[in-house]
Each structure stands twice: as C-alpha cells, then as structure tokens.
Design a protein around this ligand. Sequence first.
Ligand code: SF4
Length: 114
Amino acid sequence: MLLDRHQRPLRNLRLSVTDRCNLRCSYCMPEAEYAWLPREDILDFEELERLVGVFVSLGVNKVRLTGGEPLLRRGVTDLVRRLAARPARAKPTRASEAGSGTLAPRLATKNTFS
Ligand code: SF4
C-alpha cells in the first residue's frame, strides 16, 4: 500500500493522458506557442492501463483522467472502457475526467465504475 508522509493511504491517482488543451488559461499556458510532447513520449493505452493496474494493486481506488484537456486524446473513451472492463480486483472503483468541460458532449461513455 502506498502511504503519504503522514502514513495515510494514497487512494487517488490523477493520470495525465495528454499535454494538449483547447483553452489557454493564462496561469497554465501563458506562452503563445508550445512544443507538444512527441507521440513516442506519450504512454499508449496499454501502458496507461498497466500503470493503473499497478497503482490499484498498491491501494489506489479512484482514477481521474486529466491533461491538458483529456478529451483531446484520441480514443480516450476506449481507455475508459478498457479500465472499466478490468477484473474487479484490478480496476478502480471510480474513474472520472478532470477537464475544462468544454468538450464534455464528446464523452460518449459513462465513466463511473461503481
Ligand atoms: S483548461 Fe486546464 S489544462 Fe487547459 S489551459 Fe486551462 S488550466 Fe490549463
């Protein structure tokens, strides 16, 4: 089990699935231009799923997909489906998305696991 420095169990995982965002909040992305991460430096869905499995085995039970704007990651709903399809002992009890909300209508899958 993962513990913080006060010996409390770590139950929540924020998983960044993209560095891109369709907004430009000045406190977050103040530059005019950005060099996005090259594709080979971004974990694919298999790697992200494996990572979630490792964290779940260490006691994490909530996963929040974040970014940038997570809904800009092509096929992100497939990742949600993959996580939901994992065996009960190997998946989080809850997953959610932490984006700006501007692209929420694109989200086709209900992503609560409980
Ligand atoms: S919506 Fe979030 S990720 Fe996008 S620029 Fe604003 S703070 Fe950054």
